[in-house]
Design a protein. Structure first.
Lengths: 388, 337
């Protein structure tokens, strides 16, 4: 301890509440006077590795940093790539992409809610969220064949068609989840200790949120109705009716509520998707031709498409493309520069956690040491996603 | 030759029976093992999991805590190089010891006690207040910022829970006109239970018990996501085991005290067992266990408060309520006279 009245506390990276990062906190008694997040402990150089990979190999690569929200980050990459290639997915594939993206958003939000719960000491909500997350993971597995890392979207479409009996399972899951959300309200949302811990804690004002460039539910909780799904619609979102959840308060509690309500909205979207989904092919016609006739026949029977090896030589035109996608934690931006070779010249991904990181530095000062996990959890920050 | 009769008489000699069997070491160990298991099992039930299961499977893993204790026993005790070795080792042992000593002043029935004193209630409370001082020493001796912050939090909390706790006990002492636990229980058997006479004091006592024993939502000094393990961050092995059981001992003693003060202690006794220490002991233990189970159940309902909120609850809520309880007791005494 130094002689002056400040005490420097280093929280993390080996700390139960820090995640894969370190906070350098200057404490004035129990009050935080300076807060410096120190990131980079799980940097995996995804962008640099991508430069040495073929375009199709990057699909699983981009998923790795954001394991809780793989479908959305994947979708962003595929949209940017499709813009470079100049092709489009058929309508059925667009709906399937939306379906998986929303299922993923639900379990990403459940993940965030659970982690936030355990951070302020409610182990019950943690266990409940992670148990109910399982239902959505199982659904996604039914659809894609994988639990977390789906690699479901491919250039020009999706890998698998809707399996038999999926709709019944989905409506069952939605009915169950709606009941469970009522339990969540009782044990967590309306819990007097939770409201005491979260209301008026970690306030990000509307102007500050815009200035700092916060994204996702954190931005919407500060009163800005910004959602890429509405502002720059992609996939099937223009044809689907849903609301942007906005709250004015901007505190930790409103961020929890926004996520909580977004789970309901996502379920609404998923319901509409399976109702409105058109029939037709799930891969672009021009790519369908590349598949040998025997394989195509088999695939049409089973609904499972195997990508032909020829996809490894996918060569987009020279140029650059950008895409924006609303992931569970906020806006994801993908930027690809192509020099006409089978590898990207430069690949860049800006993840929502990276953009929300700055909120730590400006929100924490003035709060107490015990508020660090409360605010951290409410921002739904995911260190591997920020470090990439 | 010592006959069996002599051995039995020795075991049932009150000072030995109370310190060794009930409410002393053996009962304490069984209760702690059962309580930690029950805490995990209740939380598991609420959270849709199994909880401890595989050790003694037919009984639902009830001796899981024994296995944990054995693990602590054989784990290496690491002493940090910069820690003050003497206080680092002695403080947990002494805090454990001083938390345990109040047991000698707890009677089992009106004819069965280790020693009779006019001030036995005061003795229990006074001895209970010594133990937290060693938590402060732990925080200083560990030379770790999280230990330091944790023990400071405990230090703030001591004042916030001890004053209302003592005032609520004082309210009951005024009501019964004595500080002797035996007389308190005897008075209740003639009137009604203390919890009906002065429910406010009972409420304050209960909340302060949970604050004192770091139950949720007052698990402030050991808040894992904030300060790792609070004062006990640097501890390993069996000394950590002592630290862990320390708060359960306090919960045990305070729950028994709650049974004596508010729930009529060892009454009602069925006639043939009047002289036997077993029947009154079991009744007291059951009443105490109910209080303990309420305490451990809160874990699966509430997250934890902040330290400033807890202090506010202590001073603005519990302190005021304890004064109200005092006034209630005074007015009841005046009414009766």
């Amino acid at each position: 301890m130094s002689e002056d009245k400040f005490m420097q506390v280093l929280i993390g990276p080996q700390h139960p509440g820090s995640g894969h990062m370190r906070f350098i906190v200057k404490m004035d008694g129990d009050i935080i006077s300076e807060f410096e997040p120190d990131i980079g402990y799980v940097h995996r150089a995804v962008e640099k590795i991508a430069e040495s990979k073929r375009y199709i190999q990057i699909v699983p690569l981009v998923e790795r940093p954001i394991l809780a929200d793989t479908a959305n980050i994947n979708l962003g990459y595929i949209l940017a790539l499709e813009r470079l290639l100049g092709i489009d997915a058929p309508p059925r594939a667009q709906y399937l992409r939306t379906l998986l993206a929303e299922i993923n958003r639900i379990h990403s939000h459940l993940y965030g809610l659970g982690i936030h719960g355990i951070m302020i000491g409610s182990s019950t909500i943690f266990m409940w969220c992670f148990a109910d997350r399982e239902i959505w993971i199982e659904l996604a597995q039914e659809l894609t064949g994988a639990r977390i890392t789906y690699s479901y979207m491919i250039p020009g479409g999706v890998r698998r068609d809707l399996p038999n009996g999926f709709n019944e399972k989905l409506s069952k899951a939605i009915a169950y989840m709606e009941e469970r959300l009522k339990d969540y309200e009782k044990i967590f949302i309306n819990n007097p200790v939770v409201t005491a811990r979260l209301i008026d804690v970690g306030i990000i004002k509307k102007d500050d949120a815009i200035k700092l460039g916060i994204v996702g539910p954190n931005l919407r909780a500060s009163g800005v109705a910004y959602d890429v799904r509405k502002i720059e619609p992609y996939c099937a979102y223009p044809e689907i009716d849903f609301d942007i959840i906005v709250r004015k308060e901007g505190d930790a509690y409103s961020r929890v509520l926004v996520r909580f309500e977004e789970i309901k909205q996502s379920m609404k979207i998923v319901k509409q998707v399976v109702e409105k989904i058109p029939s037709g092919p799930i891969i672009n016609e021009s790519y369908l031709k590349l598949i040998p006739p025997k394989l195509r026949e088999k695939a049409e029977q089973t609904g499972i498409w195997k990508m032909p090896a020829i996809f490894i030589n996918l060569k987009p035109r020279k140029g650059e493309a950008i895409s924006r996608v609303e992931a569970g934690r906020g806006e994801v931006t993908h930027y690809i520069v192509s020099d006409g070779s089978p590898n990207p010249y430069r690949f860049r991904v800006v993840t929502p956690s990276f953009r929300n990181l700055i909120a730590f530095k400006y929100t924490m000062p003035g709060h107490r040491l015990a508020d660090i996990p409360a605010i951290y959890g409410s921002l739904d920050y995911f260190p591997p996603s920020a470090d990439r | 030759m010592i006959s069996l009769d002599q051995i039995i008489r020795l075991i049932f000699f009150p000072p030995i029976f109370i310190t060794i069997v009930f409410p002393g070491l053996i009962a304490l160990l069984i209760v702690i093992v059962f309580l930690i298991w029950l805490e995990r099992k209740i939380a598991a039930k609420v959270q849709l999991r199994y909880g401890p299961l595989y050790i003694l499977k037919p009984l639902g893993g009830v001796i899981q805590t024994v296995a944990d204790l054995l693990r602590y026993l054989f784990a290496e005790v690491i002493i940090p190089r910069r820690a003050d070795k003497f206080s680092f080792i002695m403080a947990p042992i002494l805090s454990f010891g001083f938390a345990f000593i109040p047991i000698v002043a707890l009677p089992i029935s009106s004819k069965y006690f280790a020693f009779k004193s006019d001030l036995s209630l005061l003795v229990v409370l006074a001895l209970l207040t010594i133990a937290p001082i060693f938590i402060l020493i732990i925080g200083w001796a560990s030379d770790n910022k999280f230990s330091f912050i944790g023990s400071l939090r405990e230090g703030y909390m001591i004042m916030a829970y001890e004053v209302p706790l003592f005032l609520s006990v004082l309210a009951m002492a005024i009501l019964y006109n004595t500080l002797d636990i035996i007389e308190i229980v005897e008075t209740q058997s003639k009137w009604v239970w203390g919890i009906l006479l002065n429910p406010i004091a009972a409420f304050v006592f209960l909340i302060c018990t949970f604050m004192m024993t770091a139950r949720f939502p007052f698990e402030i000094s050991e808040a894992e996501q904030e300060i790792v393990m609070g004062p006990f961050t640097e501890y390993t092995g069996i000394i950590f085991g002592l630290c862990m059981s320390y708060s359960y001992i306090k919960l045990y003693i305070l729950s028994l005290l709650f049974a004596y003060l508010f729930l009529g202690g060892w009454y009602p006794i069925v006639w043939p067992f009047t002289l036997n220490p077993i029947m009154p002991g079991i009744i007291t233990l059951i009443k105490g266990l109910i209080v303990m189970i309420i305490g451990i159940f809160l874990r699966s309902v509430y997250p934890r408060f902040r330290v400033d909120q807890t202090l506010r609850i202590g001073w603005e809520g519990m302190f005021v309520l304890s004064i109200v309880a005092l006034i209630l007791s005074f007015s009841l005494v005046i009414l009766v006279k």
